[in-house]
Design a protein around this ligand. Sequence first.
Ligand code: GDP
Ligand code: MG
Length: 433
Amino acid sequence: MNLAEGIRNALAKLTGKSIIDESTIKSMIKDIQRALILSDVNIELVYKLSKEIEKRAKTEKPPVGRTMAEHIHAIVYEELTKIMGEGRKLELKPQRIMMLGLFGSGKTTQIGKLSHYLMKRGMSVGVIAADMMRPAAYEQLEQLSKQVGCSFYGKKGAKSTDVVREGLQKLKNDIIIIDTSGRDALDDELIKELKEIDEIAKPDEKILVMSADIGQIAKQQAEEFNNAVGLTGVIITKMDGSGKGGGALTACGVAGVKILFIGVGEKIDDIEEFKPEKFVGRLLGVPDFEALMEKIKAAAPEGIEEVPEELNIETFYKQLKAARKMGPLKGVFETMGMVNVPKEVLEQGEQKMDLYEAIINSMTKAERKNPDLIRKQPSRIDRISKGSGVPPAVIKEFISQFGKMKKIYERLQKNKGMQKNLMKMFKGKGLGF
Ligand code: GDP
Ligand code: MG
C-alpha cells in the first residue's frame, strides 16, 4: 500500500457519515499515522500532525454549507500540505547551475530533464560533464544532450576543475548546468572537489539531487551538503518508484531546504515543479474539492470573483495570479466538473502560465494597461525579453494572443460568473492552450 492509498483509505472512513464521533476520528488518524510511518515520515512529525488534526477536528465547526466529513477532509489536506516540504520555483533567467549528489541519486538524468524543461521554456542550455568518477558519466551526459538538443562540453581524463573552467569558456548558452562527481557518501575528498568547482563556477544555483528511497535520511544528507558547500535547493527523484517519497519530502521541510522539482520517472519529461498543495491534492485522490473552494475564497480579494470591467494585461495578471493560488490547473478544471481535460492540455497550460508570468513581470505598468504601446514600439519587446529571459517571438505571440483573448472576453462579458471567467482564461480559445 502506498501513501496515497493509505491516506485515501483513512479518509474513506468518514464518507457518508452524518455524525462523526470521537472514535471515528481516532481511527482515521491512526490510519493516517500508519500510512505516513510506512512512507518513512519521522515519527515526531507524524505525532505532531496527528495532534493538530485531532484538535482541529474536535474543536472546529464546519463552515456553512460544508459537512463535518468535508471539513475534516479539508483539515487533513491543510495539515499534510504544511509538512510536505516547501517548494521553490527555478527562475527562468541566464544562470549557472551546479548539480550535486551521491552515486545513483539521479543527478545526470535530472540534468537531461532539467535541460529539456528549460529549453521548452525558451532558454538555451549547455551542460558540462565534470563527473570524473563514474566510468560512463561522459557518454551518458553526451547522449542526453543529443537527445534534448542542448550544447555539451566534456573532456575525458582531465581534472574536473579544468573541465569546468574550459566548459564555461566554450559554452555560450543562457544556462549552464554542471554535472559533478558523486560518492557512496559525502567524504572529505568530494567536499574538496565540490568546493573547488563552486569557487571556479560561482553557480547561482547549487542543487542537491536525492532519491526518494532514502526516506527521512534526506534530512541528514541535505544538512551535510548544505554545511559543506551551501545549497539553494533540492530535487527528489524516483518519486514514482519509492514508497518513501513522503518521508523524503517531509525531511526536506525539517531540514529547511526548498524543493525545486520531483523526478517521477526515467524519461526526459518525467520532472515536475514541486508544489506541496498539488502533491497532497493528488495523495487525496481527486484534488480536494473543498480545499480548492477554500482557496478560491481566499483568492477572491485579489480579483477572481470580481470580474474586471476592462480586460488589460494588469487585470489579466491578477486573475492569473489568483487562479494559480488555487493550485494545479487539473483541480481547477475538476472543480468545474470538467474531469476529462487531456493531460497535455493541462501541462501546456501550466507551462504557458509560467511564461506569461515571466513576461508580464518584465512589463511596465503602462504597457500592461495598454499593450498597444508594445505593438507600436517593437524595441520594447527586446527590453521585456532581456528582463524575462523569454525569447522575443514568444512575447510577440503573447501580445497577439492577448489581443484575441480580449475580443472573446468582451463578447463573453455578458455572462459574468467566476466559472465562465476561469474557463475563458484556461480553456483557451484565445490563449492557444
Ligand atoms: P547519478 O549517478 O546521480 O548521475 O544517477 P543517474 O542519473 O545515472 O541515475 C541513476 C538511475 O536512476 C538511472 O537508472 C536512472 O534512469 C534512474 N532515475 C533517475 N531519475 C529517476 C526517476 O525520477 N524515476 C525513476 N524511476 N528512475 C530514475
Ligand atoms: Mg551521473
